[in-house]
Structure formats: C-alpha cells, structure tokens
Ligand binder design. Structure first.
Ligand code: ATP
Length: 606
C-alpha cells in the first residue's frame, strides 16, 4: 500500500542533501540536457490551403437528409445505407476491404507479429478491481433512458468486437460502460461524466465501432483525395489522440472498421497517406483536423458519430472557437442527424451549458460524483515553501527508493506549472541521480513521444510534466503523482491525480501547497474531504478564510459535489424546455451550485 511512503518521508525528514550526492548516477545512453536540445524543425510541409468544397449542410440546415429532425434516435437518417434491413454484421462500410483486413497489423501481436500475446497493460486488466466500483452512485437524466446492462453479453456488439473485448481481457463492463454503451447503442446523444481511469474510452469506442459494423453499406461520395470518415473522435492532446487510436485499433481489429489518427507535430504527409487508404473513424487533435479540412483532404459530410473526449477541456475558452468551427462550420451533419457523445471526469456547469449547442435531446450520465476524485487515490497535501520544494521532492523520492517503491513498478509523475520549470526540474533531478525525463509543449513531438515511452518502460521512472500530460493518459504503474506546483483550477488537479489509481487500482497523490496556492485551499480541502481523505488542520484554516477559494476555481461555494445535470437547475429550467426526471439510481440528486467558471487556460495544450 502506498501510504507507507509518506511515513518513510517523515522518517527521512532529517536526511541531508549530501545523501543524494552519494547515489551513483544512472547511466543513460542518449541523455541531452534540456538547454542543449536542438529543436527539430517541423517536418510538416504545409501545402497552400484551399477552401473545402461546399458542405452538404450547415448548422440548422438539415437539407439533404430526409427527416433531419433534432428529436431522438428514432429519426436518425440511415446515411445512404443500400438496404433497409439494417441488421447483420456485413461490415461493408469499413475502410478495410476484405483483402485489406488480411493485411491488417495485429494490434495484439508481439513485436514480431507472430502470435497474439497479451501486452502488459492487457494482463493488468485481468486483475481489475471491480469491487472498488461496487457502490458507486450513478445518476442519469433525460427522456426515456435505456436501462444499464451487467455484462457485455447482454448487448449485441457484434462477434468480432466481442472477440476483441475478450482479447483485451475485459471480463465485464465498468460502471460507466454499463450505462453509456446501451444509451449510445440506442442512438441517443450523451453527456457522460465518470471518474478518471474508469473506462470511458471503451464506453464511446464500442458503440461507434459496433454502429459502423452494423451499417450495411454507407455510400460515401467519391473524391480521389478527400476522405469521408463516419466517426470523429476529438481529444485535446497529441498523446491522448495516439492512445485513443491505439485502443480503438484493438477494439476494431478484424471488424473491417478502419481507424486513423491525425495530430500536429508529426509529418502530415504520412497521415495523408493513411487517410487515402481509407478511414472510418478519425481520431484527431483540433488543430491538425482544421488543417486537413482546409486542404479538403478530409470532409465531415457523412459523420454519423462525434465523440469529444475530455469534453469540458475541449469546450473551454482555449479550444471552444476551434471546436465550434469544426462542428458547426465545416459541413458536419447537425445535432439530431449525427450522434454526439461528450465524455469527461469533470463537467462544470458553464461548460454543460455551452455543450448544449452540440447535443440533441441528450441523456446526462454521472457515474461517481461529478468532478470528484476517485477514492482509490490516497491524497496528501504538504505545506512546502517555494524554496524547499526541490529538497522535499528529493526526500519523497529517497523514501520511495528505500521502500523499494521505485523503478518500473512504481512510476512517479511530477506536475509543474511551466515548460521552463519542467526542463529545469528534470535537469536538477538528473544531476542528483534520479533518472527523469520531461514532457511539455516546447519539446518536439519526437522528444515527447520518446519521453513517454521511456517513462512507460521504466527506463526513466520519473516524468516531469506540464498539464499536457494531465488528462486521459493511461500509464500502468503510475504509483505516485506529485503536484510540485499546484494548478490554479481544481478540475485540473482532479485530472492530474487521476493519472494514478486507475482501473480499480490504488495510488498516491502528494501536493505541495504554500502561500502561492491560497485560491486552491478551499476547493482542495472540500475535494479531499469529499473523497474521505485526511485534511490537515492548517489547510482547513486556510480554506475557512472567506477571501480564499475564489480565483479560477469554478466550483467554489455551494454544494459542489452534489452537482448533476445542469438542466435540473431552476434558473436554467425557466429558460429551456427541460423534461427532467430520468431514472436516477444515485444516492443523491441535489442540484449543483458550481460557482462561476473561470477557465484556467494554460499554454501547455496542443
Ligand atoms: N471493462 C473493462 N475491464 C477491464 N479493464 C478495463 C475495462 N474498461 C477499461 N479498462 C481499462 O481501464 C483503464 C482506464 O481506462 P480509460 O483510459 O478508458 O479511462 P478513462 O475513464 O478514459 O480515464 P481518464 O478520465 O483519465 O481519461 C485502461 O487501461 C483500460 O484498458
């Protein structure tokens, strides 16, 4: 159990800095200190943009689709299916032809591709602790909510997809999957909020893949250089897009459904070639997608499924204009015609309000308390002066080493505020004998990917990161998340610490707090209390001072963690047609009361 680390830290409080000097420096073949790294020039060769062909329809113009109503699933068009039977698993709409499928690289194979072999992560899944999710409160709201399922067998996902679920060693669905999959399979739009590490990726991938497999034949316009994906999955960072792509490839193996990823910082020509070979599901970061749309290399005209992962992040001030452009101005079918799924672990009220523009008659699903952290993570907060942070971190790392909690089986992720701060801390750690690497927006994509691989493999078991690594990344064996610099937003904190304690496993999160973080005192104390964590008396005292707790913390004040579907709030209901009700199976259902939302826009994102 990870808590023993903290005890060792206390024991090693008197350790002198010279201890570290005695530690032999690990040999690392290709280390280049941050200040000496040559930035590689971008290999993107941007062809002159030209305007995309006139879209099939604009927002609000459902022309071209008979019955393009904004109502529920019943009225969704069939997007040119050749037959009306709709059943069966013919897979003709897939990007992989039968011959292509024979050539499909087996994502479950070992390096030689010789045999199917569980990789480490899949082996992990066999040990998922579902008991940890047994009592989790679930609430749904919206009209005619489809009932949840208890097993994958209860839903007809298709034989090939079921086989892949077995290959992934997913024995039964996680709570968010139990509820979200039947909702999406019934064709309904969905806003889903579930705790970090609880299986949201599969929750939106399975219905998309299954839906595309079911589509008897989707006739897509013929254009030599333009790709027409049927599904679009957007995520805020390159690494997360790659991860979703990797997962989706496993889920869609041998289904005939082709998944392609497009993200910035990597050569566009390679991505263009992939797209030309056919695409059913496009996973992308917004910037690269806009580029592809403007070059008319991708058209959104036949999109049937739109999924936004980390949806609150995608709709906050930093990304919202770009997302609006993609979803509303680039020819994508409007809500009610396409099916839209929004997923995150946090969903501030103001973001929910914005998200309404993208949804039609949607169901709101909350698994666990909205925006709360999972109980699987032991959270500690320590008062550390700015000038003492490095030595304190070293104490923590020494304690881990002494406990044997280091190396590949106990990775440590250290979050800092700035890119320069990340470089400098990485360098310092290295100089002091700790094998560390870093990931942030000023590193080239190649460096970022290398750093992540090195961390995952345990070669450098310490990763110093900005918020670019805060969301979505699913790295096995992250045992400890250190908030060296606390973020300014409690939701960012929730996502950061969520890099540990995933898929039912336990983890430890330590935060360094000082006078620079006063605005975080109240939300942090409340979050910790709500997650049954020990809140230090000094933090409670800071939190009780009324002037603190405002700032960028969107949830300050009120009954934050009872928060639910914002449509239930009376102020909203007055202006909108909300049908309320639903089948709340949760232990609570009180309205939110989030404070004002002030998005903490950081420069760390793609
Ligand atoms: N049904 C299942 N059975 C076993 N393992 C599962 C199941 N569903 C997902 N997992 C595993 O759980 C881990 C976390 O899943 P995932 O990354 O989708 O979480 P998430 O909810 O999207 O997290 P975040 O909020 O951080 O993005 C992954 O390693 C995934 O393979």
């Amino acid at each position: 159990m990870t808590t023993s680390w903290a005890d060792s830290v206390a024991a090693s409080e008197n350790a002198t800095a010279s201890d570290s000097a005695n530690i032999p420096r690990p040999t690392r073949p290709a280390y280049v200190p941050p200040h000496l790294r040559n930035k590689q020039p971008s290999s993107d060769t941007h062809a002159p943009s030209h305007t995309a062909p006139s879209p099939g329809y604009d927002q609000g113009n459902t022309g071209g689709f008979a019955g393009g109503s904004r109502a529920g699933s019943d009225s969704r068009p069939d997007f040119g299916r050749s037959g009306s039977s709709g059943g069966g698993w013919n897979n003709k709409g897939g990007g992989w032809g039968v011959r292509g499928r024979d050539r499909e690289v087996n994502p479950f194979a070992d390096k030689d591709g010789a045999r199917e072999e569980l990789n480490e992560q899949e082996q992990e899944n066999t040990g998922i602790n579902f008991d940890a999710y047994e009592d989790i409160p679930v609430e749904t709201s919206g009209q005619n909510v489809p009932p949840p399922v208890n097993t994958f067998a209860e839903i007809d996902l298709g034989e090939e997809l079921n086989l892949n679920i077995q290959r992934c060693k997913y024995v039964k669905p996680t709570p968010v999957q139990r509820h979200a999959i039947p909702i999406s399979l019934s064709g309904r739009d969905l806003m889903a909020c579930a705790q970090t590490g609880s299986g949201k990726t599969a929750a939106f991938c399975f219905p998309i893949i299954s839906g595309i497999m079911r589509g008897e034949y989707v006739q897509r316009p013929r254009a030599p250089r333009t790709s027409y994906p049927l599904a679009l999955i957007l995520s805020p960072t390159r690494e997360l897009s790659c991860q979703i792509h990797d997962e989706a490839r496993k889920f869609s193996y041998q289904t005939g459904v082709k998944v392609v990823v497009a993200y910035g910082g990597a050569p566009i020509n390679q991505q263009l070639r992939e797209l030309e070979r056919g695409v059913d599901i496009l996973v992308a970061t917004p910037g690269r997608l806009v580029d592809l749309l403007e070059r008319a290399r991708v058209s959104l005209q036949v999109i049937r499924y739109l999924a936004l992962d980390e949806a609150d992040r995608m709709l906050d001030m930093g990304f919202e204009p770009q997302i609006r452009k993609i979803v509303e101005q680039m020819g994508m079918p409007p809500p009610g015609v396409r099916q839209t799924m929004l997923f995150s672990a946090t969903f501030p009220k103001e973001i929910q309000r914005l998200a309404c523009d993208f949804l039609s008659n949607y169901i709101f699903l909350a698994v666990g308390r909205v925006g709360s952290s999972t109980d699987l993570i032991v959270q500690r907060v320590e008062y550390v002066h700015e000038s003492d942070k490095r030595s304190h971190l070293m104490d923590l790392l020494h304690a881990q080493r002494e406990n044997g909690a280091h190396g590949k089986q106990a990775l440590t992720l250290v979050f800092v505020e700035t890119k320069r701060g990340a470089d400098s801390l990485e360098n310092w750690l290295y100089m002091n004998g700790f094998p560390a690497t870093s990931i942030h927006g000023d590193r080239s994509q190649q460096e970022r990917e290398l750093a992540l691989r090195s961390f995952k493999s345990g070669r450098t078991p310490i990763l110093v990161a900005t918020d670019v690594a805060a969301r979505g990344l699913d790295i096995p064996h992250v045992a400890h998340v250190v908030n060296f610099d606390l973020p300014n937003d409690i939701d960012d904190y929730v996502h950061r610490i969520g890099r540990t304690g995933r898929a039912g496993k336990s983890g430890l999160a330590t935060a360094f707090f000082n006078e620079n973080n006063l605005s975080m005192a109240k939300p942090l104390a409340e979050l910790m209390q709500e997650a049954n964590q020990e809140v230090p008396a000094w933090l409670t005292r800071y939190a009780s001072r009324a002037s603190y707790g405002g700032g960028k913390n969107r949830r300050s004040g009120g009954n934050r963690f009872g928060g639910r579907d914002f449509r239930r709030e009376s102020s909203f209901n007055r202006g909108m047609d909300y049908y309320g009700g639903g089948n709340s199976s949760g232990a609570y259902g009180i309205s939110a009361g989030y404070g004002g939302y002030g998005p903490g826009v950081t420069s760390a994102w793609d």
